[in-house]
Design a protein around this ligand. Structure first.
Ligand SMILES: N[C@@H](CCC(=O)N[C@@H](CS)C(=O)NCC(=O)O)C(=O)O
Length: 360
Protein backbone atom coordinates (compact mmCIF):
# COMPACT_ATOMS: atom_id res chain seq x y z
CA UNK A 1 0.00 0.00 0.00
CA UNK A 2 1.25 3.42 -0.87
CA UNK A 3 0.30 6.37 1.24
CA UNK A 4 1.15 9.98 0.67
CA UNK A 5 2.25 12.50 3.21
CA UNK A 6 1.41 15.91 1.83
CA UNK A 7 3.43 18.94 2.77
CA UNK A 8 3.94 21.26 -0.19
CA UNK A 9 3.51 19.91 -3.67
CA UNK A 10 7.23 19.86 -4.25
CA UNK A 11 7.77 17.92 -1.04
CA UNK A 12 5.29 15.19 -1.68
CA UNK A 13 6.71 11.95 -0.51
CA UNK A 14 5.49 8.48 -1.32
CA UNK A 15 6.54 5.81 1.12
CA UNK A 16 5.61 2.43 2.53
CA UNK A 17 5.09 2.51 6.30
CA UNK A 18 6.08 -0.43 8.48
CA UNK A 19 3.09 -2.64 9.32
CA UNK A 20 0.86 -0.06 7.65
CA UNK A 21 1.18 2.11 10.73
CA UNK A 22 2.01 5.81 10.64
CA UNK A 23 3.88 6.75 13.81
CA UNK A 24 3.15 10.46 13.44
CA UNK A 25 -0.54 10.46 12.64
CA UNK A 26 -3.51 10.67 15.02
CA UNK A 27 -5.09 7.45 16.23
CA UNK A 28 -7.99 7.67 13.78
CA UNK A 29 -5.51 7.46 10.90
CA UNK A 30 -3.39 4.58 12.14
CA UNK A 31 -4.92 1.49 10.59
CA UNK A 32 -5.14 1.08 6.86
CA UNK A 33 -6.59 -1.64 4.70
CA UNK A 34 -4.04 -3.49 2.61
CA UNK A 35 -5.37 -1.95 -0.56
CA UNK A 36 -6.53 1.64 -0.64
CA UNK A 37 -10.19 1.69 -1.65
CA UNK A 38 -11.23 3.78 -4.64
CA UNK A 39 -14.76 4.49 -3.49
CA UNK A 40 -16.88 4.01 -0.38
CA UNK A 41 -18.68 1.21 -2.19
CA UNK A 42 -15.42 -0.80 -2.21
CA UNK A 43 -14.76 -0.44 1.53
CA UNK A 44 -15.96 -3.85 2.52
CA UNK A 45 -14.52 -6.47 4.88
CA UNK A 46 -14.79 -10.20 4.18
CA UNK A 47 -17.61 -10.38 6.73
CA UNK A 48 -19.73 -8.03 4.61
CA UNK A 49 -19.31 -5.09 7.00
CA UNK A 50 -18.52 -1.55 5.84
CA UNK A 51 -15.02 -0.38 6.85
CA UNK A 52 -14.08 3.25 6.26
CA UNK A 53 -10.46 3.94 5.27
CA UNK A 54 -8.50 6.82 6.80
CA UNK A 55 -7.87 10.16 5.09
CA UNK A 56 -4.45 10.79 3.58
CA UNK A 57 -3.59 14.50 3.50
CA UNK A 58 -3.11 15.58 7.08
CA UNK A 59 -1.29 18.91 7.17
CA UNK A 60 -2.45 21.57 9.56
CA UNK A 61 -3.02 25.29 9.04
CA UNK A 62 -1.60 27.30 11.91
CA UNK A 63 -2.11 30.80 13.29
CA UNK A 64 1.71 31.00 13.41
CA UNK A 65 2.68 33.20 10.41
CA UNK A 66 5.97 31.31 10.07
CA UNK A 67 4.36 27.91 9.67
CA UNK A 68 4.19 26.09 6.37
CA UNK A 69 0.44 26.66 6.12
CA UNK A 70 -0.26 29.95 7.92
CA UNK A 71 -3.86 31.09 8.46
CA UNK A 72 -4.02 33.82 5.82
CA UNK A 73 -7.21 35.37 4.49
CA UNK A 74 -7.88 34.42 0.86
CA UNK A 75 -5.28 31.66 0.70
CA UNK A 76 -7.40 28.54 1.21
CA UNK A 77 -10.39 27.07 -0.60
CA UNK A 78 -12.79 24.43 0.64
CA UNK A 79 -14.12 21.96 -1.94
CA UNK A 80 -17.29 20.30 -0.76
CA UNK A 81 -20.37 18.45 -1.79
CA UNK A 82 -23.54 19.71 -0.11
CA UNK A 83 -24.58 16.07 -0.08
CA UNK A 84 -21.70 14.91 2.07
CA UNK A 85 -22.09 15.10 5.86
CA UNK A 86 -18.32 15.27 6.43
CA UNK A 87 -17.90 18.15 4.00
CA UNK A 88 -21.01 19.84 5.36
CA UNK A 89 -19.61 19.94 8.86
CA UNK A 90 -16.63 21.88 7.51
CA UNK A 91 -18.93 24.29 5.70
CA UNK A 92 -20.96 24.66 8.91
CA UNK A 93 -17.82 25.70 10.81
CA UNK A 94 -16.86 28.10 8.03
CA UNK A 95 -20.31 29.73 8.27
CA UNK A 96 -20.80 29.85 12.03
CA UNK A 97 -17.26 31.11 12.64
CA UNK A 98 -17.77 33.87 10.06
CA UNK A 99 -15.01 32.75 7.68
CA UNK A 100 -16.92 33.49 4.47
CA UNK A 101 -14.63 36.31 3.47
CA UNK A 102 -11.43 34.50 4.45
CA UNK A 103 -12.05 31.05 2.96
CA UNK A 104 -13.85 30.53 -0.34
CA UNK A 105 -15.70 27.32 -1.18
CA UNK A 106 -17.14 25.41 -4.12
CA UNK A 107 -19.61 22.55 -4.21
CA UNK A 108 -19.52 19.79 -6.81
CA UNK A 109 -22.60 18.28 -8.46
CA UNK A 110 -24.50 15.82 -6.30
CA UNK A 111 -24.52 12.72 -8.48
CA UNK A 112 -21.33 10.75 -9.08
CA UNK A 113 -20.23 10.42 -12.68
CA UNK A 114 -17.40 8.72 -14.55
CA UNK A 115 -14.24 10.65 -13.69
CA UNK A 116 -12.12 9.37 -16.61
CA UNK A 117 -12.75 7.67 -19.91
CA UNK A 118 -9.89 5.25 -19.27
CA UNK A 119 -11.37 3.54 -16.19
CA UNK A 120 -14.65 2.86 -14.45
CA UNK A 121 -14.21 5.11 -11.42
CA UNK A 122 -17.34 7.05 -10.42
CA UNK A 123 -16.92 10.16 -8.31
CA UNK A 124 -17.51 13.86 -7.70
CA UNK A 125 -17.57 16.19 -10.70
CA UNK A 126 -17.84 19.94 -11.02
CA UNK A 127 -20.61 21.63 -12.98
CA UNK A 128 -19.70 22.27 -16.61
CA UNK A 129 -21.57 25.59 -16.71
CA UNK A 130 -22.67 28.00 -13.96
CA UNK A 131 -26.33 27.16 -14.55
CA UNK A 132 -26.09 23.38 -14.97
CA UNK A 133 -27.03 22.52 -11.40
CA UNK A 134 -28.13 25.08 -8.76
CA UNK A 135 -25.66 25.04 -5.88
CA UNK A 136 -22.89 23.36 -7.89
CA UNK A 137 -20.14 25.31 -9.62
CA UNK A 138 -17.17 25.05 -11.94
CA UNK A 139 -13.79 24.75 -10.26
CA UNK A 140 -12.77 28.41 -10.01
CA UNK A 141 -9.11 27.73 -9.20
CA UNK A 142 -7.73 24.93 -11.30
CA UNK A 143 -10.39 24.43 -13.94
CA UNK A 144 -10.57 20.81 -12.76
CA UNK A 145 -13.45 18.71 -14.05
CA UNK A 146 -13.43 16.34 -11.08
CA UNK A 147 -12.33 16.08 -7.45
CA UNK A 148 -10.12 13.25 -8.65
CA UNK A 149 -8.24 15.73 -10.84
CA UNK A 150 -7.45 17.83 -7.75
CA UNK A 151 -5.94 14.82 -5.99
CA UNK A 152 -3.91 14.10 -9.11
CA UNK A 153 -2.71 17.70 -9.23
CA UNK A 154 -1.61 17.50 -5.60
CA UNK A 155 0.10 14.14 -6.02
CA UNK A 156 1.12 12.22 -9.11
CA UNK A 157 0.96 8.79 -7.48
CA UNK A 158 -2.10 9.03 -5.25
CA UNK A 159 -4.00 5.75 -5.03
CA UNK A 160 -6.66 6.42 -2.38
CA UNK A 161 -10.25 7.58 -2.59
CA UNK A 162 -11.14 10.94 -4.08
CA UNK A 163 -13.18 12.29 -1.21
CA UNK A 164 -14.63 15.62 -0.18
CA UNK A 165 -13.98 17.74 1.78
CA UNK A 166 -10.71 18.96 0.28
CA UNK A 167 -8.99 21.94 1.86
CA UNK A 168 -6.87 23.46 -0.90
CA UNK A 169 -3.92 25.82 -0.66
CA UNK A 170 -4.09 28.30 -3.55
CA UNK A 171 -0.50 29.38 -3.00
CA UNK A 172 1.23 26.00 -3.00
CA UNK A 173 -1.46 24.49 -5.27
CA UNK A 174 -1.90 21.42 -3.15
CA UNK A 175 -4.25 19.70 -0.76
CA UNK A 176 -3.61 20.74 2.83
CA UNK A 177 -5.99 18.32 4.45
CA UNK A 178 -8.87 16.03 3.48
CA UNK A 179 -10.01 14.98 6.95
CA UNK A 180 -13.06 16.91 8.12
CA UNK A 181 -12.44 16.19 11.82
CA UNK A 182 -9.17 18.12 11.51
CA UNK A 183 -10.46 20.83 9.18
CA UNK A 184 -13.18 21.84 11.66
CA UNK A 185 -10.61 22.15 14.46
CA UNK A 186 -8.48 24.44 12.29
CA UNK A 187 -11.50 26.57 11.40
CA UNK A 188 -12.44 26.81 15.07
CA UNK A 189 -9.12 28.07 16.40
CA UNK A 190 -6.51 28.98 13.81
CA UNK A 191 -8.36 31.73 11.91
CA UNK A 192 -9.54 33.74 14.92
CA UNK A 193 -7.55 36.80 13.87
CA UNK A 194 -9.63 37.03 10.69
CA UNK A 195 -12.90 35.26 11.66
CA UNK A 196 -15.97 37.44 12.08
CA UNK A 197 -17.03 35.34 15.05
CA UNK A 198 -13.72 34.68 16.85
CA UNK A 199 -15.17 34.38 20.33
CA UNK A 200 -17.33 31.40 19.44
CA UNK A 201 -15.27 28.44 20.66
CA UNK A 202 -16.85 25.16 19.63
CA UNK A 203 -14.10 23.14 21.30
CA UNK A 204 -13.48 25.00 24.56
CA UNK A 205 -10.72 23.63 26.82
CA UNK A 206 -13.14 23.02 29.69
CA UNK A 207 -15.32 20.70 27.57
CA UNK A 208 -12.67 19.00 25.44
CA UNK A 209 -12.63 15.68 27.28
CA UNK A 210 -16.42 15.49 27.20
CA UNK A 211 -16.59 16.49 23.52
CA UNK A 212 -13.96 13.89 22.58
CA UNK A 213 -15.78 11.17 24.48
CA UNK A 214 -19.12 12.16 22.93
CA UNK A 215 -17.67 12.37 19.42
CA UNK A 216 -16.38 8.84 19.73
CA UNK A 217 -19.68 7.07 20.40
CA UNK A 218 -21.60 9.40 18.09
CA UNK A 219 -19.14 8.75 15.27
CA UNK A 220 -19.18 5.00 15.56
CA UNK A 221 -22.88 4.62 16.43
CA UNK A 222 -24.46 7.39 14.37
CA UNK A 223 -22.26 9.30 11.86
CA UNK A 224 -20.53 6.19 10.56
CA UNK A 225 -23.26 3.95 11.97
CA UNK A 226 -25.76 4.88 9.26
CA UNK A 227 -23.15 3.99 6.60
CA UNK A 228 -22.47 0.67 8.33
CA UNK A 229 -26.20 -0.06 8.08
CA UNK A 230 -26.48 1.10 4.50
CA UNK A 231 -23.38 -0.48 3.02
CA UNK A 232 -23.55 -3.83 4.88
CA UNK A 233 -23.71 -6.73 2.48
CA UNK A 234 -24.73 -9.35 5.02
CA UNK A 235 -27.60 -9.49 7.51
CA UNK A 236 -25.51 -9.88 10.65
CA UNK A 237 -23.27 -6.80 10.28
CA UNK A 238 -26.35 -4.81 9.26
CA UNK A 239 -28.20 -5.86 12.41
CA UNK A 240 -25.17 -5.14 14.60
CA UNK A 241 -24.83 -1.66 13.08
CA UNK A 242 -28.57 -0.99 13.43
CA UNK A 243 -28.47 -1.98 17.11
CA UNK A 244 -25.49 0.28 17.76
CA UNK A 245 -27.19 3.12 15.86
CA UNK A 246 -30.44 2.93 17.81
CA UNK A 247 -28.65 2.49 21.16
CA UNK A 248 -26.76 5.71 20.40
CA UNK A 249 -29.88 7.59 19.23
CA UNK A 250 -31.76 6.49 22.36
CA UNK A 251 -28.83 7.73 24.45
CA UNK A 252 -28.94 11.12 22.69
CA UNK A 253 -32.69 11.35 23.24
CA UNK A 254 -32.19 10.76 26.95
CA UNK A 255 -29.37 13.33 27.23
CA UNK A 256 -31.37 15.92 25.28
CA UNK A 257 -34.32 15.53 27.66
CA UNK A 258 -32.17 17.21 30.31
CA UNK A 259 -30.11 19.81 28.45
CA UNK A 260 -30.25 21.90 25.28
CA UNK A 261 -27.10 20.55 23.59
CA UNK A 262 -25.32 17.22 23.60
CA UNK A 263 -22.46 18.35 25.89
CA UNK A 264 -24.43 20.68 28.18
CA UNK A 265 -26.12 23.99 27.59
CA UNK A 266 -23.51 25.37 25.16
CA UNK A 267 -23.31 24.66 21.45
CA UNK A 268 -20.15 22.67 20.68
CA UNK A 269 -18.40 20.82 17.89
CA UNK A 270 -20.19 17.65 19.01
CA UNK A 271 -23.57 19.20 18.10
CA UNK A 272 -22.48 20.09 14.59
CA UNK A 273 -21.01 16.63 14.09
CA UNK A 274 -24.27 15.04 15.26
CA UNK A 275 -26.47 17.47 13.31
CA UNK A 276 -25.09 16.62 9.86
CA UNK A 277 -26.28 13.03 10.26
CA UNK A 278 -29.61 13.88 11.90
CA UNK A 279 -30.61 16.32 9.16
CA UNK A 280 -30.18 13.54 6.57
CA UNK A 281 -31.88 10.88 8.67
CA UNK A 282 -35.57 10.88 7.73
CA UNK A 283 -35.02 12.17 4.21
CA UNK A 284 -32.36 9.63 3.26
CA UNK A 285 -30.93 7.21 5.81
CA UNK A 286 -34.29 5.88 7.02
CA UNK A 287 -35.05 4.66 3.48
CA UNK A 288 -31.79 4.37 1.55
CA UNK A 289 -29.67 2.95 4.40
CA UNK A 290 -32.48 0.93 6.04
CA UNK A 291 -32.41 2.92 9.28
CA UNK A 292 -36.14 2.55 9.74
CA UNK A 293 -36.60 1.13 13.21
CA UNK A 294 -37.55 4.59 14.36
CA UNK A 295 -37.61 7.90 12.50
CA UNK A 296 -35.95 11.06 13.76
CA UNK A 297 -39.36 12.76 14.00
CA UNK A 298 -40.47 10.02 16.39
CA UNK A 299 -37.84 11.20 18.88
CA UNK A 300 -39.27 14.46 20.32
CA UNK A 301 -36.02 15.75 21.80
CA UNK A 302 -33.77 14.80 18.90
CA UNK A 303 -36.22 16.19 16.36
CA UNK A 304 -36.59 19.54 18.11
CA UNK A 305 -32.82 19.62 18.71
CA UNK A 306 -32.20 19.15 14.98
CA UNK A 307 -34.45 22.15 14.26
CA UNK A 308 -32.63 24.14 16.94
CA UNK A 309 -29.21 23.52 15.37
CA UNK A 310 -30.60 24.13 11.87
CA UNK A 311 -31.71 27.55 13.10
CA UNK A 312 -28.26 28.57 14.38
CA UNK A 313 -27.34 31.58 12.20
CA UNK A 314 -25.51 30.35 9.10
CA UNK A 315 -26.43 26.67 9.45
CA UNK A 316 -29.43 26.48 7.15
CA UNK A 317 -27.31 27.69 4.23
CA UNK A 318 -25.18 24.55 4.61
CA UNK A 319 -28.16 22.23 4.06
CA UNK A 320 -29.10 21.66 0.43
CA UNK A 321 -31.68 18.89 0.62
CA UNK A 322 -31.99 18.60 -3.14
CA UNK A 323 -28.28 17.79 -3.39
CA UNK A 324 -28.49 15.44 -0.41
CA UNK A 325 -31.35 13.40 -1.84
CA UNK A 326 -30.08 13.41 -5.40
CA UNK A 327 -26.66 12.22 -4.26
CA UNK A 328 -27.56 9.28 -2.07
CA UNK A 329 -30.47 7.95 -4.09
CA UNK A 330 -28.65 8.59 -7.36
CA UNK A 331 -25.06 7.54 -6.69
CA UNK A 332 -25.29 4.06 -5.18
CA UNK A 333 -26.74 1.81 -7.89
CA UNK A 334 -26.04 -1.32 -5.84
CA UNK A 335 -28.49 -0.02 -3.21
CA UNK A 336 -30.96 1.85 -5.42
CA UNK A 337 -30.54 0.49 -8.96
CA UNK A 338 -33.10 2.74 -10.63
CA UNK A 339 -32.07 5.91 -8.83
CA UNK A 340 -35.65 6.74 -7.87
CA UNK A 341 -35.77 9.58 -5.34
CA UNK A 342 -38.57 9.16 -2.76
CA UNK A 343 -40.97 12.14 -2.73
CA UNK A 344 -41.12 12.63 1.05
CA UNK A 345 -41.03 13.47 3.81
CA UNK A 346 -40.01 17.09 3.08
CA UNK A 347 -39.63 18.24 6.68
CA UNK A 348 -39.55 21.95 7.53
CA UNK A 349 -36.64 22.32 9.94
CA UNK A 350 -37.21 26.05 10.22
CA UNK A 351 -40.50 25.49 12.06
CA UNK A 352 -40.72 26.28 15.81
CA UNK A 353 -39.01 24.03 18.35
CA UNK A 354 -39.13 23.72 22.12
CA UNK A 355 -35.41 23.79 22.93
CA UNK A 356 -35.36 27.24 24.45
CA UNK A 357 -37.01 25.67 27.49
CA UNK A 358 -33.39 25.11 28.56
CA UNK A 359 -31.20 28.04 29.40
CA UNK A 360 -28.17 28.36 27.15
N1 LIG B 1 -12.72 10.96 6.50
C1 LIG B 1 -13.28 11.78 5.57
C2 LIG B 1 -14.45 11.07 4.90
C3 LIG B 1 -15.01 11.87 3.78
C4 LIG B 1 -15.93 11.03 2.90
O1 LIG B 1 -16.12 9.82 3.11
N2 LIG B 1 -16.51 11.67 1.88
C5 LIG B 1 -17.34 10.96 0.94
C6 LIG B 1 -18.62 11.70 0.67
S1 LIG B 1 -19.76 11.68 2.00
C7 LIG B 1 -16.65 10.89 -0.39
O2 LIG B 1 -16.16 11.89 -0.88
N3 LIG B 1 -16.64 9.71 -1.01
C8 LIG B 1 -16.07 9.53 -2.28
C9 LIG B 1 -15.89 8.07 -2.59
O3 LIG B 1 -16.25 7.24 -1.75
O4 LIG B 1 -15.38 7.77 -3.65
C10 LIG B 1 -13.70 13.04 6.27
O5 LIG B 1 -14.42 12.98 7.28
O6 LIG B 1 -13.30 14.10 5.83
Amino acid sequence: MICLLSSAKSHLLAFRPQNNVFPFLPHSCLKFNHQMARSALDEMSDSGAFQRTASTFRNLISRDPNSQFPAESGRYHLYISYACPWASRCLAFLKVKGLDKAISFTSVKPIWERTKDSDEHMGWVFAATPTEEPGADLDPLNGAKTIRALYELASTNYTGKYTVPVLWDKKLKTIVNNESAEIIRMFNTEFNDIAENPSLDLYPPSLRAQIDETNEWIYSGINNGVYKCGFARKQEPYEEAAKQLYDALDKCEEILAKQRYICGNTLTEADIRLFVTLIRFDEVYAVHFKCNKKLLREYPNLFNYTKDIYQVPGMSSTVNMAHIKRHYYGSHPSINPFGIIPVGPDIDYSSPHDRDRFSS
